[in-house]
Design a protein around this ligand. Sequence first.
Ligand code: ADP
Length: 962
Amino acid sequence: MTIKPVVDRKVRLAFGSAIAIMILVGAFAYYCIVVFNENNRWINHTHEVLDNLQELRFLIQSIELSSRDFVMSGDESRLKSYRTSVAQAEDSAAAVTYATRDNPVQQREMPSLAALLAQRSQFAESVIRLRQTQGLDAAVKEVEIARGDRNSDEIYTEIGMMRNEELRLLQRRSADSQWQLDETKTVLLFGTVLGLLITGAAGWSVHRDNSMRALAEEALRAGEEQHRMDLSGVRDYAIFTLDPQGRIMTWNAGAERINGYRAEEIIGQNFSRFFPPEDIARGRPEELLRITAANGRHEENGMRVRKDGSRFVASATITALHDAAGKLRGFSKISRDLSEAKDSEAKYRGLLEAAPDAMVVVNQRGDIVLVNVQAEKRFGYRRDELLGQKVKNIIPEGFAERLIADDARSAAEALAQQIGTGIELSGRRKDGSEFPLELMLSPLESTEGILVTAAIRDISVRKAAERHLAQMEGRYRGLLEAAPDAMVVVDQAGDIVLLNVQAEKQFGYRRDELLGQKVKNIIPEGFAERLVSDGLRSAEDALAQQIGTGIELSGRRKDGSEFPLELMLSPLESTEGILVTAAIRDISVRKAAERHLAQMEGRYRGLLEAAPDAMVVVDQAGDIVLLNVQAEKQFGYRRDELLGQKVTNIIPTGFAERLVSDGLRSAEDALAQQIGTGIELSGRRKDGSEFPLELMLSPLESAEGTLITAAIRDISVRKAAEADLVQNVQDLNRSNQELEQFANIASHDLQEPLRMVASYTQLLSRRYKGKLDSDADEFIAYAVDGASRMQRLIQDLLAYSRVGSKGGNLRDISSDNALQQALQNLRGVIQDSGALVTHDPLPTVMADEIQLIQLFQNLVGNAIKYQKPGVPKVQISAARNGAKKWTFSVKDNGLGIESQYFERIFGMFQRLHKREEFAGTGIGLAICKKIVERHGGRISVESQPGSGSTFRFALAEGERKS
Ligand code: ADP
């Protein structure tokens, strides 16, 4: 199994060295190229120096030739080319010096070459100068003497030496370069060959290893196949393998036999299907794999499910499988059906451990012989602390006793009586605390005789819940009886389980006649049906839909009579399941009232249309709910345009507000304040025009609550008339005032000239009476009479006008005093006529004193004046007239007045008698009327012609008693 890593190592080594060699070869090649390049540069450099030396040599020749030519020919152009050559030779020499600057051998030669060159040019210059100054011959002579050629040869020799040196260098460098090239070639060839060799060797090695592994794997597969064939034949054990996710990979005959699946149908499926649904739900299969993966191996006894759904307890061992690299490859699982186990204890132990409850197996002596892990947990003991101990230690009472035979019965019988029944006892934990438990016993035949298996369940929670509910129920029973409604509690089967005394009364049954009976007996329809679940909903849902809503049904009394009722349902959790409490209210009265109202409403609709006014019925939200045809006309809308609309559309302000309750008053109070009073508001027609209206509100109880009926009257005409009236009164007052002013001013101003006319006519009459003729006396008498009448008239008019303008404030005065003053003023008249004036005690009244005196004076004066012959009698009296009023009467025994003149006499200038009969202006009673009216009263007369008159007027009582 370790072949692969070895192969890997070899391959890695081989390729590693090959690559290392390649890298070395590459580096070396690069180095060689760099060196080669450098050599080449030097070779080129040497060629360059050789070229320079060659050029220098050529230029020396050129100097020689051109200087000689000039000497021979004297041609100045030759002299010019001579100078050019000299300059170039200097440049060339400098170039050589520069190019050989790093070669000490050549540099050593350079000074002598330079010196030779200088000598040469010096000589040439001197010859040229001779040729120019002394002519050809002198110059030739000089040349011959100096042997200039010798110098040139020396220069050539020098250049030749230098050239030789460069050639030597060239040779050496070329040889170096060649060697370098050869060396590079060798190294590259060798390196490549070596790399190829190593790679080849590695390849060969891998190939050899691979064939070895193929052989090994072949062997392994054969082994595994063999193994699998061995396992597949095993029938006692279910043996299968899982991949890391729990999918089944292999399946043996035992697995097929025990689990019921054939290999082809189960391979590839997840092994979780062997677990019961509750284990799957809590993720047990995945958990098992996790535990196994972590620990490598896991054993357990657990409940499993066969293909046919039947269950069995399996004892399973799961092992994690890993590959060579240690990676999880899957699991193998070996399990057996414990129910088949030969060893019954193992089988039993498996069952025991698989049980969800604490299990304790006890022998007939009461000793604990077996426990499961739940029992350890429940009682807080370790297994070894329990085994062999008395069961009384953990269940002090009621268990051990049940195991024991007594005289009356055998042990088996004793036990038989208990089997399967849930026995509630008390358990004691190791720490001494107790808890309620429920025992389920079952016998177990064993070699040691009959053992008893006790399944023990902790029922603390259930017990607490039961206690709670019992309390609840106790309290609830109290509530039930206290309720004002009939209450019936019904279970989901529709049986009455509880009821109160009101329910007895309502339905006319005694309690015991109803308890346990079907609720259908008293509520035949609609209630029991509501408790029942159907395909679409559970009982709880069915009930939930009804809770709290008032359901109107019909109840049936014991005597068979029926009555309408309203049910309110509420659920009540109890130990017997969900119960339903029904509060039952007799709604006969309400129903009757509703019917009545509906009728009322029908009738009311008729009334509405018959009404002459526009009528609108509005609810408390201010919506129009009803209206009549007059309302349609008044506002110019069609009925359907108004119904359901806000009343503010037609009466924008002041109506809707009156319907609304506020913090200070309820809607009813708000309305009550408005009922019956005429409220003047403004209406708006559909065309937008507005008109004044008067509302009369009245409430109308209806099924929808209190509605408000508004009778609406268009008061445009009345409003216009009122406005007119106000205007008229104002006009009248103004003209009255003007008139009074005029009368006042006129009478006042007339008095003065009149007084003059009167005095002088009187003077005339006194002085000239009898001195002129009789006609003159007569005329003067007329003038005097006219003037004095006019004076009286003016005085009366003045008095009249002063009643309105000069009246003092009303105050408490004694009418008795006022009468005395009037009589005082009239005393002359009274004496003359011999009149008898009597009066009752007279009260204090609210009056203007001057005016009251004048009133009495005018009336008493008239009573004395309008008399037949005889003694005039005048009686003044006052009688209380209702609250705070006094009616005065002035009664005479005079001429009397015909009834048709009763009104007229109070007018201005109205007289019933001729001036010749009785003097007067006809203003006196008008003044009386004005005075009385100013005091807020009316004056009237009652009379029979010939038997006297009575004038009456009323005044307000004074605040002070007289
Ligand atoms: P005058 O007395 O100045 O004529 P009045 O206004 O006081 O004016 O009276 C109007 C008229 O009423 C009198 O002219 C008279 O005819 C009639 N009258 C007034 N008082 C009486 C009376 N007591 N009895 C009968 N007639 C009366």
